[in-house]
Write a protein that binds this ligand. Structure first.
Ligand code: ADP
Ligand code: MG
Length: 356
């Protein structure tokens, strides 16, 4: 129903796409680009459950929190383990985007990218949270779909296309045709698991205990899935588990590649398995269009080359691969009439994608 107040506020309202990632939350505002890119972390006071900090500020506290405060990632495994916290996070990021752009009353249209494994109840929670944060209309989209749109794949065509979105907590693989997902897989092996692999490896080989953030730094600096043109080394600092004292060890990119081989192997397997379940006509298309890699994990050196070699298909990393989902979600609002069908809505409350 037409509402004069909404119409007036609509003049100042934003169209925003949100990537509620397991590792990072991004907010894309139409006409402005990515305005927020912060870790999906929330710091909470244990007893009162009061939210103390969200985003970058909360991540800073990780590993340094005094007793009584916990820093958590509510979406870590690609499922929403903490409803209220996820809602607080969404609310915070929507309001912050408006504040940063000096828009006084948030009445945006919002598309939120959600992991494809989430339940109806979880969808509902995100949807309600967006409305509670002031959204005039809220829509949900599965992340691989948003990633594909953000990467510019021709998902509405009959020609098949494929995305592998490697995030922090989950890797999602999907094959698209005619605006729908034909085959998809989601596994809980992605960037975090790679960090864990590195921690285990240096612990076993060198008795050196390193933290998650150090492991991530090593992965980004010298991690790879394919031999590098020039192999590198890096100094790791941590604690020797035998002596209990601070220690440092130099590791090579060859060793780190070996450490990562388990996780990388699992990701390659899930890609092959998805291809295995893909109808032959679409496989023929994919041999031309190739496999598009998205998400932060796709930036692992040599991954595209490795995927290509193992699948016998072209593989490429989407330009600006970490922002694909947020940009894709935002793009849906620009072409809502065409892209309506790619959205998903929680079950109760009527047909797909109708704004409330
Ligand atoms: P999510 O969508 O789950 O929030 P992102 O797409 O933001 O995840 O990706 C985060 C993951 O990408 C983290 O595990 C991070 O360590 C990893 N990552 C970021 N940059 C690189 C890089 N250059 N090489 C390897 N991994 C990377
Ligand atoms: Mg993601």
């Amino acid at each position: 129903m037409w509402n004069p107040i909404d119409a007036l506020l609509g003049l100042f309202s934003l169209d925003i796409g949100i990537d509620l990632g397991t590792a990072n939350t991004l907010v894309f505002v139409r006409g402005k680009g990515i305005v927020i890119n912060e870790p999906s972390w929330v710091a909470i006071e244990k007893n009162s459950k009061r939210v103390l900090a969200i985003g970058a500020e909360a991540k800073e506290m990780v590993g340094r929190t005094p007793a009584g405060i916990v820093a958590i990632r509510p979406l870590r495994d690609g499922v929403i383990s903490e409803f209220e916290v996820t809602q607080a996070m969404l609310d915070y990021f929507i309001k912050k985007a408006h504040e940063d752009l000096f828009v006084p009353f948030p009445r945006p249209r919002v598309v939120v990218g959600i992991p494809s494994g989430v339940t109806e109840v979880e969808k509902r929670a995100v949807y309600d949270a967006a409305l509670a944060a002031g959204a005039r209309a809220a829509f949900l989209i599965e992340e691989p779909m948003a990633a594909a749109i953000g990467a510019g794949l021709p998902i509405m065509e009959s020609r098949g296309s494929m995305v592998v979105d490697i995030g922090g907590g989950t890797t999602e693989v999907a094959v698209f045709s005619l605006g729908g997902i034909v085959v998809s897989r989601s596994i809980r092996v992605a960037g975090d698991e790679m960090d864990e692999d590195i921690i285990q490896y240096v612990r076993q080989k060198y008795n050196l205990l390193i933290g998650e953030r150090m492991a991530e730094r090593v992965k980004i600096a010298i991690g790879s899935a394919y031999p590098l043109p020039e192999e590198k080394t890096m100094l790791l600092r941590g604690r020797n588990v035998v002596t209990g004292l601070p220690d440092a060890v130099e590791v090579s990119s060859i060793e780190i590649r070996e450490a990562l081989s388990g996780s990388v192997g699992i990701i390659l397997d899930v890609i092959k398995e998805t291809l295995d379940s893909t109808p032959p006509e679409l496989i023929a298309d994919l041999m031309e269009t190739g496999i598009c890699l998205a998400g932060g994990g796709s930036l692992l050196k040599g991954l595209a080359q490795r995927v290509s070699e193992e699948t016998n298909m072209p593989a490429w990393v989407a330009p600006d691969s970490m922002t694909c989902v947020a940009r894709g979600a935002g793009k849906v609002l620009e072409e809502l009439d065409i892209l309506q069908q790619v959205l998903t809505t929680p079950d109760r409350r009527g047909s797909s994608a109708s704004p409330v």
